[in-house]
Design a protein around this ligand. Structure first.
Ligand code: BDR
Ligand code: CA
Length: 318
């Protein structure tokens, strides 16, 4: 099977870690590089976590490029993560490695690599969109040369930073706006409307503990703080898994139902970071700039995640 080339731009982050781990275990994916951005921690934290996650999976050979430490407006977004101070639920220290980041800046890398491989690269934006927006500003060809952009961000019906704003779009709303308006051929917006539904319950986490491998234990550990945070703030005993759904969708597109939509992001005021999702471009002369994910097959997601990462058939062991 010919593998598809992808790049993950992220702010690891427990759920970013899961996305990287899933990508590295899929026979459909050739992960070319990881880029870091501020988000689930300061840039030093997300960059170091990215290097260590690649090492944990035995892929020190995959380059990690350090990206933007602040949003387009040069302000550092709020980085208090649901995954704790180290972004990995207090377990970042358990995967320390000697892998070091590349010298090139993430934005320079993105521009160079995508423009050298026109129409070949699927880019995942699973943190604030700053690096991607800067690449679009830097190079006229960049947006047109992407094969596809899969974003974890936004939502139509809910928020996690305000009643209407999701974190990645909120943290750099100008960047999210510019990325959505850039004319990229295929943009898939996978937001809270579906990612909230795959939050991991305690039974599912328990399977990770029972599997008792280094990787399953790591995933068990890094999903603990998210679970506790959800319990404290919402009385829900589930752990956030947002970003991993982007990679699961790429591996198995039938996991999500999508509708064409015209999507834009509010950049100022009380609704800053809100994504306005106009299904079928009803209010925009029928023009659409993205695909909006409105439904997810949760069972199928967990079947795929456990099978791909741990080789276990969840339908048999549950
Ligand atoms: C998004 O914000 C970050 O905290 C997560 O990693 C995810 O990308 C969810 O709103
Ligand atoms: Ca993220």
């Amino acid at each position: 099977m010919e593998k598809e080339q992808i790049i993950i731009d992220c702010d690891p982050g427990s759920d970013d870690a899961l996305a990287i781990i899933l990508a590295l275990h899929s026979e459909k994916i050739d992960l070319k590089a990881v880029c870091s951005v501020t988000g689930n921690g300061a840039l030093d934290t997300t960059t170091r976590n990215g290097c260590n996650i690649l090492s944990l999976c035995g892929r020190k050979d995959i380059p990690l490029y350090r990206g933007s430490g602040a949003a387009l407006d040069e302000k550092i977004p709020h980085t208090v993560s649901a995954f704790g101070d180290d972004g990995l639920g207090g377990y970042a220290d358990t995967i320390l490695s000697d892998k070091i980041e590349e010298r090139m800046h993430a934005v320079d890398f993105l521009v160079e690599y995508v423009n050298d491989h026109p129409g070949e690269i699927t880019l995942f934006a699973i943190g604030p969109c700053t690096n991607v927006a800067k690449a679009i500003r830097r190079s006229k060809e960049f947006a047109g040369n992407l094969k596809r952009l899969i974003i974890m961000g936004g939502s139509k019906y809910t928020g996690n930073m305000s009643p209407v704003a999701e974190y990645n779009f909120w943290a750099d709303s100008q960047a999210a706006h510019e990325v959505l308006q850039a004319g990229i051929k295929e943009v898939v917006m996978i937001g809270l409307d579906v990612t909230n539904k795959i939050a991991m319950d305690c039974n599912m986490r328990e399977i990770l503990r029972i599997l008792d491998t280094r990787l399953s234990t790591f995933v068990y550990n890094i999903t603990k703080e998210g679970l506790d945070d959800n319990w404290r703030s919402r009385r829900k005993a589930v752990s956030p898994m947002h970003d991993v759904l982007t990679v699961a969708y790429f591996i198995e597109p039938s996991i999500l139902k999508l509708k064409p939509a015209y999507i834009d992001v509010v950049t100022k005021g009380i609704a800053k970071g809100q994504s306005i999702v106009d299904i079928n471009g009803h209010w925009n002369n029928g023009d659409c700039n993205a695909l909006y994910a409105y439904e997810v097959d949760v069972e199928e997601f967990y079947r795929l995640f456990f099978k791909t990462v741990f080789g276990e058939d969840i339908t048999e062991i549950r």
